[in-house]
Design a protein around this ligand. Structure first.
Ligand code: ADP
Length: 162
């Protein structure tokens, strides 16, 4: 069984993530979408919401497991879960510069490999941060996020008007 981990905070999950996860699912028997929590970071969505949005969105894909990653080392998490690879999407050369030292460290720690998939051009400008900014200012993000995420933004906007 070839198992990979796609880690991230997914705050919220967007179409760039989905595209990379779907491509990873085509390469591995099982892909664990590991939703991270860093207690020094402020999230727009709670861990439960981030897990729910990912689960709703990925329900139709085979071979996907969604779970919280906790706060520990990613390389150790992969070892415990029997995953031989981490799959990451690369949007730009700055993503590459940021990711390669981490990939090297993870490999040195436990032998886990990191596989980079180049981001699909139409999603390469997307980040969760940009989506939150645009949606927060009333912009339409429906081309960039799945329904489960659109719904939560709409609920939040509705609650703000009550
Ligand atoms: P972070 O872990 O920095 O909070 P995210 O949770 O948003 O980042 O993303 C998790 C991973 O998803 C990133 O490490 C990156 O590999 C990938 N990713 C993010 N945005 C995109 C995109 N637009 N296209 C392809 N892959 C992406």
């Amino acid at each position: 069984m070839r198992r990979a981990v796609c880690p991230g905070s997914f705050d919220p999950i967007h179409n760039g993530h989905l595209e990379v996860i779907a491509r990873a699912a085509g390469l591995f028997d099982e892909v664990i979408v590991a939703v991270s929590t860093n207690y020094s970071k402020k999230y727009r969505f709670s861990l439960d919401e981030r897990l729910e949005m990912a689960a709703e969105t990925l329900a139709s894909l085979r071979g996907i497991v969604i779970e919280p990653m906790g706060e520990g080392l990613l390389a150790e998490y992969c070892r415990q879960r029997g995953a031989s690879a981490i799959v990451k999407g690369l949007r730009s050369s700055s993503d590459f510069d940021y990711e390669v030292p981490m990939a090297t460290m993870n490999r040195q720690l436990t032998g886990v490999e990191t596989i980079f998939l180049h981001a699909e051009a139409r999603y390469a400008h997307l980040s969760s941060t940009m989506i939150k900014e645009v949606a927060g200012l009333g912009g339409d993000v429906s081309d960039y996020v799945p329904r489960a995420v659109q719904r939560r933004f709409a609920e939040a906007a509705g609650a703000a008007h009550d």
